[in-house]
Each structure stands twice: as structure tokens, then as C-alpha cells.
Design a protein around this ligand. Structure first.
Ligand code: URP
Ligand code: ZN
Ligand code: ZN
Length: 485
């Protein structure tokens, strides 16, 4: 437990007094680890140093590691869906869950439906978030219908207003773009300095394989992985890289699952191309066997796209995290319940894999999993952990240095780590999903305290934040991209 106490001999608040001092922290940034007190005023870090003056309130970190609050740059909350599927987490439950797992900034997606104006999608998404978030949030856009008006007017206007990143899909019938559309959208990213995120899987290969599997009666959840083998990801990754090269614009390939896509990204980097990459916990901790080794429906819980691969590919992903191949580590939290009518059993029925909503929950477990298995497991340094989970996502999407670091002037978004053994259970999580794919895993750490702009939102036992504390963050130009004049 972290002690919250008035400081000895506190004099009361003056205009320049510190509102909160975190004493005896072992501060970790993407570049250094150093012992330090952290002085906070008006929600921002005002002073860093030894022996800071007394604050109105004090927390003794007792030498524990303090990292920047996590920035989860890929999560889905209350995203409008067709049909019976409905996301279990809205901005209330999703951001509460984020806070309890040490994440203090989330970037979900304002998704354009085909035929819809992009501006209308953004307006609708603001209405879904307004007054509900417990931590700060920004929006990526999803561009699914790049009409001439969207390309010439809406997208540039939204980029100028702080929506500086967007995702495009090469698969899913309701979202996918063809190559010509991808080129048009990438060209807008180049002209206006936005970050383009790409979901790289070959839609036609998946459709062809799915038809063949269904014709053979192979419809159980485990066949989802067979319908999306690594080559469909490899081919689309290669094509996305080629399209970005043609347009001469950087891209970020999201949720990279294994060796074949990684080989394409390494090849692109060797050519000097700016290709960034993201991976997610499911590719470190799950395999295709979690989708089932027989025809039972249970594996529907782990259906996501691209699917988890095998142990060998998990090792390749770990290596990519350690050696700089990956820029960001996100959850891709896509929350659907297992039971009920709106999740993995649409209409309450066990259905063929192609009809099972894709995605797994992970907002709350992203940081503890990587800290436990990566940092304490000796696979990545503490600096790499901070870079992947906070600093780089803030830079990639134009939120740094306000977010993603511990520095004077940055928001006081902080995590104090408790290094203790625990066995993960869904009951201890704060999302609205009825399972976690990581149940039963033994972890070595969990956030003991999370602060969002100087407010304690998780005290190690309970959620102590409030819906409405979280603010919308307009994003600046991604600082991983070359500066625009
Ligand atoms: O299966 C996944 N990843 N679902 C979420 C949507 C997406 O493509 O990221
Ligand atoms: Zn995706
Ligand atoms: Zn996603």
C-alpha cells in the first residue's frame, strides 16, 4: 500500500506550492532510471529532484519504480457495429479498466461507416465519450469510404483539428479499401502530415479459404486461424509497404502477429523506408491452440485478427520488441462478452467462425503482462517498456511531451509499480467483459497506484477515479514523422 499522508510541518497551499509530492520514487523514462521526488502542481509535473519542498499532500513511493502512465494507442470502445454484435465496454467501463491497469491515455477509433460522412462519425463518437471517460482520450479515425469529399475536404479539415492519425483496412467487407483507395488516402496523409495505420490482411485470400473451410464443414472457432494464415498477413504487409513507398509516406502496420510480416518490415527498413510497427499481448501470450484443438466453441474467446500463431512466433515477437523492430505495444482491446446475445455468440447462438465478432479484451492487462514477463522476466529493459507502452505511442500520435514521459511540464500521469505475485482472474478486472484470455497466468507485478493529471484513479485496491475526469486531447503532428514546415 502507498501511504497518503499530510507532510510533516506542512504550511498549507500557496500559489507556488506543490499540490502533491511523490517522494522516494525510482523514476523510469524511455532513456533513464533515477531516484527522485516528483512535485505536482495543477495536474502537471512542476519539479523533479531530491528533497523537494512539502506538498499539500504526499505519497511515499518507498523506492518503487514509477513509470509514465500508459498510452494505449489501439483500443476499441463503444464503436458502432452492424448486427447483433455490440462492444461490451463503453467509455465508462473501458477507461475505468484502463486506469486500474496503469493506462492513463486511450486512443480508440471514430469509425466511418460506408456511406457516412467522416465528420458525422467523429461527432457521433464525441457524443459517446462526452462526460464518461476516467482518463484522457484522443481519437484515431477509420476511413472506410474515401469519397472525393472525404479526401479533399473532410479528412484534411479533421487532421487540422487534431485527428492526426487514421486506420485503413485491407480486410473486412464493411471496412476494406482497394489499392487505389489506399493510395488516395495515403496521399492525404502525406500532404497533411498524418499517421496512416494499416490493418494488413489479404481479404480475397481470407474469403477464398473461408469458403473452402465451410464447404468441408470446418466452421468451429479453431478454423479461424486456418482462414488467416501468416501468408495473408505477409502479402498484405508487403503490399501496404509498396503502396506507401509509391506515395512516399510513412505508415504504421498495426497488430503484427509473427515472423512473416516482420520479415517484410525488416526488408522495408533496410531499404530506408519509414515503416513503423505495432504488436499486442495476444501475440506474446496466446497461440492458435487457444482457439481450440477440437471443435468446442470455447476458443471463440480468443478469436482476433490476425490470429495468434505459435510458440516460435511468440519468440520472434519478443525479439522484435527488444531490438527496435516494434515502435508501439498496444492492447487492441476489442471487448465482446462470451455469453449473451451481443458478443461471441451472436443472438445467443454458437455460429460459424466467420460470424464471430473479432477481438479480445486487454486494456487492463497490457502493462502488467509486459512488465511482468518482459521487464521482470528479463526480456526487455525498463527503458524499452516505457518507450513501447507510453513514450513512442505518444510521439507516434502527436501527444508527446504532454503525455508519455516523466518531465517537468508533462501531465502528472504516473504508475507506481507493486512487484508482487498474483494469479490473474477476470473478477479482479474492471472491464465489462465476462472473461480474460489470460486468466490463470501468474504475474509478478501490478500497478500499486495510477495517477491521471495528479489525481489518484487507482489505489492498488479500487478504482478511485470518476467518469468525466478524462479530457479529449486534440493530437498534434506525429513527432515520429519528419517535421513539416
Ligand atoms: O480482431 C481484431 N483485431 N479486432 C479488432 C478490430 C481490428 O481489426 O483491430
Ligand atoms: Zn485491425
Ligand atoms: Zn483493433
Amino acid at each position: 500500500m502507498v501511504l497518503l499522508s499530510p507532510p510533516p510541518g506542512a504550511k498549507g497551499a500557496g500559489v507556488n506550492s506543490l499540490h502533491l509530492v511523490i517522494r522516494n520514487a525510482l523514476v523510469a523514462t524511455a532513456s533513464d532510471t533515477f531516484p527522485c521526488d516528483i512535485g505536482i502542481r495543477d495536474g502537471r509535473i512542476a519539479l523533479l529532484g531530491a528533497g523537494l519542498p512539502a506538498g499539500d499532500r504526499e505519497i511515499d513511493a518507498r523506492g518503487r519504480t514509477v513509470t509514465p502512465g500508459g498510452v494505449d494507442a489501439h483500443c476499441h470502445l463503444d464503436q458502432p457495429m452492424d448486427g447483433p454484435a455490440r462492444m461490451a465496454d463503453d467509455f465508462i467501463t473501458g477507461t475505468r479498466s484502463a486506469a486500474c491497469g496503469g493506462t492513463t491515455t486511450v486512443i480508440p477509433f471514430a469509425a466511418q461507416a460506408k456511406g457516412q460522412s467522416l465528420a458525422a462519425a467523429v461527432q457521433d463518437y464525441h457524443a459517446r465519450a462526452e462526460g464518461k471517460a476516467a482518463v484522457d482520450y484522443a481519437f484515431h479515425l477509420i476511413v472506410s469510404d474515401p469519397t472525393p469529399r472525404v479526401l479533399a475536404q473532410e479528412l484534411p479539415a479533421l487532421i487540422a483539428r487534431g485527428y492526426t492519425s487514421f486506420k485503413v483496412y485491407m480486410t473486412y467487407d464493411d471496412l476494406k479499401l482497394d489499392d487505389g483507395q489506399m493510395l488516395d488516402v495515403l496521399d492525404v496523409a502525406r500532404q497533411h502530415g498524418a499517421m496512416a495505420m494499416v490493418h494488413a490482411e489479404n481479404a480475397d485470400c481470407i474469403a477464398w479459404l473461408t469458403k473452402r473451410l465451410e464447404a468441408a464443414g470446418r466452421t468451429a472457432p479453431r478454423w479461424h486461424a486456418q482462414a488467416r494464415p501468416m501468408l495473408v498477413e505477409r502479402e498484405a504487409t508487403h503490399r501496404a509497404i509498396a503502396l506507401s513507398q509509391l506515395v512516399d509516406v510513412p505508415i504504421l502496420i498495426v497488430h503484427v502477429s509473427g515472423r512473416e510480416a516482420i520479415e517484410q518490415i525488416r526488408w522495408a527498413r533496410a531499404q530506408g523506408l519509414q515503416v513503423f510497427a505495432e504488436t499486442c499481448p495476444q501475440y506474446l501470450f496466446l497461440t492458435a491452440e487457444d482457439l481450440g484443438i477440437d471443435d468446442s466453441y470455447h476458443g471463440a474467446r480468443c478469436i482476433c485478427s490476425p490470429p495468434p500463431r505459435d510458440k516460435g512466433n511468440q519468440e520472434v515477437i519478443w525479439n522484435g520488441l527488444a531490438d527496435g523492430l516494434f515502435t508501439v505495444f498496444s492492447s487492441d482491446h476489442a471487448p465482446f462478452t462470451y455469453e449473451g446475445e451481443h458478443g461471441k455468440k451472436p443472438g445467443g447462438e454458437e455460429v460459424a467462425f466467420r460470424h464471430i465478432p473479432n477481438g479480445i479484451p486487454g486494456l487492463e492487462t497490457r502493462l502488467p503482462l509486459l512488465y511482468s514477463e518482459g521487464v521482470l522476466g528479463g526480456r526487455i529493459t525498463l527503458q524499452k517498456f516505457v518507450e513501447l507502452t507510453a513514450t513512442n505511442p505518444a510521439k507516434a500520435y502527436g501527444l508527446h511531451p504532454g503525455k508519455g514521459t516523466i518531465a517537468v511540464g508533462s501531465d502528472a500521469d504516473l504508475v507506481v509499480w507493486d512487484e508482487r505475485e498474483l494469479v490473474l482472474r477476470n473478477e479482479q478486472l474492471h472491464h465489462a467483459v465476462d472473461y480474460t484470455p489470460y486468466a490463470g497466468m501468474r504475474l509478478k507485478a501490478w500497478p500499486g497506484l495510477t495517477l491521471s493529471r495528479g489525481e489518484v484513479v487507482w489505489d492498488g485496491q479500487s478504482f478511485t477515479g470518476r467518469a468525466g475526469h478524462g479530457r479529449f486531447l486534440p493530437c498534434g503532428q506525429p513527432s515520429l514523422l519528419p517535421r513539416r514546415a
